[in-house]
Design a protein around this ligand. Structure first.
Ligand SMILES: [Ca+2]
Ligand SMILES: [Ca+2]
Length: 259
């Protein structure tokens, strides 16, 4: 008469992780029909084992001869990325934009052992008005060793400023689990003004109308003139010596205006 094989309970201890199924019964031959897969943040599952440390790996061919607790084993994973800038010449450089007003490509590399998901880049402050993202993060997930590129460019047509245009870029992954701050700044200097000496009325020409204007200026000091252009002898002040020099300029060839 055949002996009936009893069934046994296999109890799953996720050992720091979580698992949906805590207990499974074996069939009459001592086999279990499936193995649950637990999860744990920043860890890779390394199989069920007979001991919490060490022991034997449970497989489909493991035969259970008694009620048994099995333990999840884990391999710690790190999540980390680096951000390395690569600078390019600002392709549409504008007057006054400094040498640091460059298009920049940030190479974001996964240097950890786990996947990085949900990569995103946002400006923390009002930097979005000073910079724009030309190449957004296309990849939602980054495998270990993988990299993606993020392009940033200074906004165009910004006014000259003695204070640099600055912004803080926040790059995050794993739903904010890892992050990096990238400070950005550039300057827009005033465009150098070229003085057209003698063009007191700013009409682009130096002619007798400018000489007449200078005479009127000395007669009536409330007459408006371009003071920089009126310093026709280039000594830093506007006075009667300029009027003499300006008169000579029209009277004789070879007289030059300015310093
Ligand atoms: Ca003029
Ligand atoms: Ca002068």
């Amino acid at each position: 008469m055949p002996t009936a094989h009893p069934v046994h309970n296999v109890i799953f201890d996720a050992n720091g992780g979580t698992v949906d199924v805590f207990q499974i019964q074996t069939d009459i031959n001592g086999y279990i029909m499936w193995l649950p897969v637990p999860t744990r943040a920043d860890h890779a599952f390394a199989g069920w084992h007979t001991q919490i440390d060490g022991g034997h790996l449970i497989t489909w061919s493991t035969v259970f001869t008694a009620d048994t607790i099995v333990y999840a084993h884990w391999i710690q994973q790190t999540s980390a990325f680096t951000v390395n800038p690569v600078y390019h010449a600002f392709p549409n450089a504008q007057p006054g934009y400094g040498t640091n007003a460059m298009e920049q490509t940030f190479v974001i590399t996964n240097v950890g052992t786990g996947n990085i998901t949900g990569l995103s880049a946002v400006f923390l402050d009002n930097g979005g008005t000073f910079f724009r993202i030309t190449a957004p993060l296309q990849s939602a997930s980054l495998n270990p060793g993988g990299s993606v590129r993020l392009g940033i460019r200074p906004a165009a047509n910004l006014a000259a400023s003695t204070v640099p245009y600055a912004a803080t870029l926040l790059i995050t992954g794993n739903n904010g689990g890892i992050s990096m701050i990238v400070p950005l700044s550039f300057v827009v200097e005033p465009a150098p003004q070229s003085v057209r000496y003698g063009d007191l009325n700013d009409d682009g020409r130096v002619d007798s109308a400018d000489l007449i204007l200078m005479m009127r200026y000395f007669a009536q000091p409330n007459v408006s003139i371009n003071m920089a252009a009126a310093d026709v002898n280039g000594d830093g002040v506007v006075n009667q010596a300029d009027l003499i020099h300006f008169t000579r300029f029209f009277a004789r060839p070879g007289v030059v205006l300015g310093p």
